[in-house]
Design a protein around this ligand. Structure first.
Ligand SMILES: Cc1ncc(COP(=O)(O)O)c(C=O)c1O
Length: 396
């Protein structure tokens, strides 16, 4: 049996999405900017896709949704655009983010630091989210932007986005949210919130890879990352990926349509898996269930390196993730586990299981059996688990 429990990394393209995209590869392949019929026959589907995106995020007509190649691009664009528009040669020099953002934010912040930008990386609590009062303490008149993710990719923990957006509004600071792990999993209503910029990516909600977007409130100016043929009203040059845009629109509409299912059935399966995992000795899961996206579990299985577990599961057809990169000699620990203050030996034991609306009960039952067996076998040969006398103490 093959079981895919790595849906926070990427998801299967919904066959209904693929069906909408397919004709635009081989039949209606024209460039939408061309003046002939090959170009213009793509327009109705593109218009429909943009409507689906506005609807899915409940964005206002006066807001902009700009198509990008991925959320990494969207995140880079916001940070570098704000640098050009509000920091370079201006009186602001400060950006605030959190310690647990995706590398698409952290690495871009590190790059901006080399250009003289001051960046505050807010610490997170034991659940892996920031306390909003810490945010207030760090905002100054020099702060140009606050960028905080909506849901964490490792833990699924949801950040207090409404509160953060209010603080930014009150203090007159721009607010960006990397909502890659939230869009399609929880309701998003951009008419209700004061969010200036929001990044999303189709492949996280059963759309195609290589297509994403940036929402820009009130169509405010943002210096482009890509200059060229003035596509997307000059906001982002580059020939439009017609099938990708159509796929992303359809995928978002289906995801929003399936939100109740996501919240009920996916959550039920996730909770069932979590209940079974928690029956094992010496495991803990980061964050409580109702504070997380409905599909995610980050579990620490004491005494077992995440990579060893991953390898064992993979041998049995189950795909999961550790959230850490495996360097040639060192096994790197999970960065979120480190940020929440887990000791080094625990930070190495993280295993991320992320479900989707395509996950079945049968797959979860199979995973529980394999996981139980793997834990028994791997702990039997784990020197750390057998010899450490204090494994039963909390290490956090
Ligand atoms: C929170 C978060 N931000 C950004 C990204 C990058 O998205 P993309 O693959 O579209 O560049 C990811 C992907 O895992 C993510 O989880």
């Amino acid at each position: 049996m093959r079981v895919y429990l790595d849906n926070n990394a990427t998801t299967i393209v919904d066959p209904k999405v693929f069906a909408q995209m397919e004709p635009y590869f081989v039949q209606m392949y024209g460039n939408p900017n061309s003046l002939h019929d090959f170009g213009s026959e793509t327009h109705p589907a593109l218009r429909k896709a943009m409507d689906q995106l506005y609807c899915g995020l409940n964005a206002d007509d006066k807001d902009d949704i700009v198509i990008t190649s991925c959320a990494t691009e969207s995140n880079n664009w916001v940070l570098k655009g704000v640098y050009y528009d509000h920091i370079l040669g201006k009186d602001k020099d400060h950006i605030i983010t959190s310690e647990v953002e995706h590398p698409a934010i952290i690495s871009t912040c590190k790059f901006l630091e080399t250009l003289g930008v001051k960046v505050t990386y807010l610490p997170v609590n034991e659940k892996g989210i920031i306390e909003t009062h810490t945010l207030k303490n760090f905002i100054t008149e020099k702060t140009a932007l606050v960028t905080i993710m909506w849901a964490n990719n490792e833990t699924g923990m949801l950040f207090p986005i409404e509160e953060i957006s209010k603080i930014c509004k009150e203090t007159g600071v721009l607010f960006h949210s990397d909502a890659v792990q939230a869009v399609g999993k929880i309701p998003i209503d951009l008419k209700k919130l004061d969010i200036d910029f929001l990044s999303f990516s189709a492949h996280k909600f059963h759309g195609p890879k290589g297509i994403g977007g940036l929402y820009i409130k009130d169509s405010q100016p943002l210096t482009p990352l890509f200059h060229g043929g003035e596509h997307m009203g000059g906001r982002r040059s580059g020939t439009l990926d017609v099938p990708g845009i159509i796929g992303m629109g359809e995928a978002l509409e289906l995801a929003v349509h399936n939100l109740d299912f996501e919240n009920n059935n996916v959550r039920k399966l996730r909770d069932k898996l979590e209940d079974e995992v928690l029956k094992l000795d010496d495991v803990f899961v980061v964050g409580s269930r109702d504070e997380r996206t409905p599909n995610t579990i980050l579990v620490s299985v004491k005494g077992i390196e995440g990579e060893a577990m991953l390898w064992d599961l993979n041998k049995n057809g189950i795909a999961a993730s550790t959230g850490s990169a495996c360097a040639s000699e060192d096994l790197e620990s999970n960065p979120v586990m480190e940020a929440i203050g887990a000791e080094a030996d625990l930070a190495h034991t993280a295993l991320r299981l992320s479900l989707s609306r395509f996950t079945t009960q049968e797959e979860i039952d199979y995973t529980v059996v394999i996981l139980n067996d793997a834990v028994k076998r791997l702990r039997a040969i784990s020197s750390t688990y057998s010899y450490a006398p204090d494994w039963h103490d909390s290490k956090l």
